[in-house]
Design a binder for this molecule. Structure first.
Ligand SMILES: [Zn+2]
Length: 654
């Protein structure tokens, strides 16, 4: 497994570090990460009937596609699959016996999986809709599935499983057209061991009896990356007419406290961006191995337990997942090259919602931290992947642009808001969501729409050519509106005053700082600090023992980069405590990059990675090899020289 991943990663590095080949035949509307021939056949509706087998760690049953033939000449249906064991495929036509179809799994591609080619009968005639029934089970290494033994849950008594379909992992648990451009409705029946509860990105009923058989319906069409299932011993707590949280009993009260503002956040979003079109909005707090901060599965966002800081200081992540109900879930990216339309827009909305609920200073602090992460990404992402809408035909959609699709996209929309004024821009955004609702669009459609509906209505403010610079050029245009935060500037000044000896630790007003200011202070520490200074700081601010995951992350990045050995044992505990990729991956990378601790990084990984999700393991494994961490210093970035670390392995979904 590891060898395959390393080879894969080497191939990606080659792609990232070298000039790309001729792209003159590049089609921005084509999904280069799906085998499905969705321009010839299209799934409109999906029926799933799956049994969750914790012992074998497989899902088995059937998927029925309600398909439409778009090309009357086409006789082969191609679906995406990865490692699936296909038992039988049948064509079902109204009023006739089911017909067994010939099928053939194509060659495996390490990133995209295998095309599943299904031959239709020779006399097959085009019609409005036909049914394609596939009996199958998942493979042993399904990349979307995380199977947790009881000891990796909070309760320790029952197993837990959950899916992560984004970017292109849905094909590892359902044979389907795994492209964000294809939207379908679905019904599902899920069979589980007795007593456990199944939840999906569908019409979950908090009062459903725990019968072991659960039926779901999703009447709004969604792309495959939003198809989601979780099964565990979870319970529900309501905090509003349309909102509530599911979690294991052991964390339910803490979760309910932390995310209690969800209904208010939903109301604020509706006020600015228009109606919430999905019915209920609930959260599911997952065990620590959930690889991301959150996953915006419609009606039921999946959330990392690392947001449970006890003081609601990390709930911008909830605002982010909720905002996806408009940006991403309602208006999706047509291909993975357009992911900024999803994540950049959502990051912009997230900051707006934080501002409504927690005030401008808090929102500005988070905007500045995002801007800081963008500067770091610009130092490591190859120039041709710095465009918001890059030429993206190879590699892995999970790697993306190292977060630039979030931060640079957010910065563009903040810039537009500053230029056109909030009122005008809010009206434009609400109109945009309404115009494209339940559709997938590409960057060029976005460009045409904003040109017609914002730029031309307010001539002389911003030009189409200026927008194209953001979309197609690397770096950031010189006139970009840069966010500022007085609190963070103060924390930055304190870092310098303390390290130069002007201030002693006791004079640092850290108890008045927000967690965001503490993170900024840690990030601003100069390189020349000695071990005694770092230890003194750690003791005074309680950094190594912080229960705030973002403060701990910022600190242990410094600990690994500076080889601050007195904090190594707490760093090891931290790496075993969290499974979220964003929290653990950069610490491993810094350990390897410091030139001394590669073996230590490998040893820690070997010890704790059984608790990591396959996506997290796949992200870290290549970074454990030193040669994979230094591809970047040769490309030009305006910020490259200001950072002590350059690399090209980091990639995160916040
Ligand atoms: Zn997101």
């Amino acid at each position: 497994m590891q060898k395959v991943l390393l080879l894969l990663f080497a191939a990606w590095l080659l792609f990232a570090c070298q000039q790309k080949e001729d792209k003159s035949d590049y089609d921005p509307a084509h999904d280069y990460f799906s085998f499905a021939n969705s321009r010839q056949f299209l799934t409109r509706h999906l029926e799933l009937d799956l049994t969750v087998d914790f012992e074998q760690q497989v899902l088995s049953g059937h998927a029925i596609h309600h398909m439409q033939q778009l090309d009357p000449e086409a006789t082969t249906i191609v679906l995406d699959s990865r490692g699936l064991q296909i038992h039988e495929i049948q064509l079902e036509l109204p009023g006739t016996e089911a017909i067994n179809l010939k099928f053939e799994p194509g060659a495996n591609d390490p990133v995209r999986g295998e095309p599943l080619k299904i031959s239709l009968p020779e006399n097959f005639a085009a019609m409005d809709e036909f049914l394609l029934k596939i009996n199958y089970q998942t493979g042993p290494d399904a990349s979307a599935l995380m199977w947790l033994p009881p000891e990796h849950t909070a309760g320790g008594q029952h197993p837990f499983m959950f899916t992560q379909s984004q970017s292109i992992h849905a094909r590892s648990w359902v044979p389907l057209q795994d492209s964000p451009s294809v939207r379908f409705t679905f019904d599902a029946t899920i069979h589980t061991p007795p007593g456990l509860l199944a939840l999906m990105s569908a019409d979950n009923d908090p009062l459903t009896p725990r019968s072991g058989e659960y039926r779901f319906s999703m009447p709004q069409a969604i792309p495959s990356y939003l198809l989601a299932l979780a099964v565990g011993n979870v319970f529900f707590e309501s905090f509003g007419p349309e909102t509530g949280v599911y979690a294991e009993a052991e964390v339910l009260q803490a979760a309910a406290y932390e995310v209690a503002d969800t209904q208010a956040r939903l109301d604020a979003a509706v006020e600015i961006y228009g109606p919430y079109l999905w019915g209920r909005y609930d959260l599911l707090i997952l065990p620590p191995s959930f690889p991301y901060g959150g996953m915006e599965n419609p009606r039921l966002s999946f959330i990392t337990p690392s947001v449970l800081a006890g003081d609601r200081s990390l709930v911008s992540l909830i605002a982010h997942e909720l905002a996806h109900s408009w940006s991403g879930n309602l208006v999706s990216n047509a291909t993975w090259r357009d992911i900024w339309l999803n994540e950049g827009t959502t990051s912009y909305l997230e900051a707006r919602l934080m501002e409504v609920l927690y005030g401008q200073e808090r929102a500005d602090e988070e905007r500045v931290l995002t801007y800081q992460s963008m500067r770091e990404a610009l130092a490591t992402v190859p120039p041709d992947m710095q465009a918001l809408a890059p030429v993206f035909t190879e590699g892995d959609p999970d790697i993306g642009q190292d977060g630039l699709e979030y931060s640079k996209g957010q910065l563009l929309l903040q810039h537009l808001e500053a230029l056109f004024g909030r009122e005008v821009f809010d009206t434009y955004m609400a109109g945009y969501f309404s115009y494209f609702e339940f559709q997938a669009i590409g960057s060029e459609q976005w460009l045409d729409y904003i040109d017609r509906n914002l730029l031309q209505k307010h001539p002389g403010t911003f030009s189409r050519a200026q927008l194209e610079e953001w979309l197609y050029q690397p770096g950031i245009p010189a006139d970009a509106t840069v966010p500022v935060s007085g609190n963070l500037e103060q924390a930055d000044a304190m870092a310098r005053s303390w390290s130069s000896g002007e201030l002693v630790v006791a004079d640092l007003p850290h108890t008045d700082w927000s967690p965001q200011a503490t993170v900024y202070f840690i990030n601003a520490l100069p390189t020349e600090l000695n071990e005694a200074q770092l230890s003194e700081l750690d003791a005074a601010l309680g950094l190594s023992s912080s229960s705030n995951a973002e403060i701990a992350r910022a600190w242990f990045i410094q600990v690994a980069e500076r080889q601050h050995q007195p904090a190594f044992s707490q760093m090891k505990s931290y790496l075993g405590r969290y499974g979220r990729t964003r929290l653990v991956q950069p610490v491993y990378e810094r350990l390897v990059a410091n030139g001394e601790d590669q073996e230590l990084a490998q040893a820690i990984f070997d010890k704790v990675s059984a608790g990591y999700h396959p996506i997290t393991r796949a992200a870290i494994e290549p970074a454990l090899t030193l040669s994979n961490i230094a591809c970047a210093s040769s490309w030009s970035s305006p910020f490259a020289t200001s950072l002590s670390y350059t690399g090209c392995t980091r990639r995160v979904r916040p």
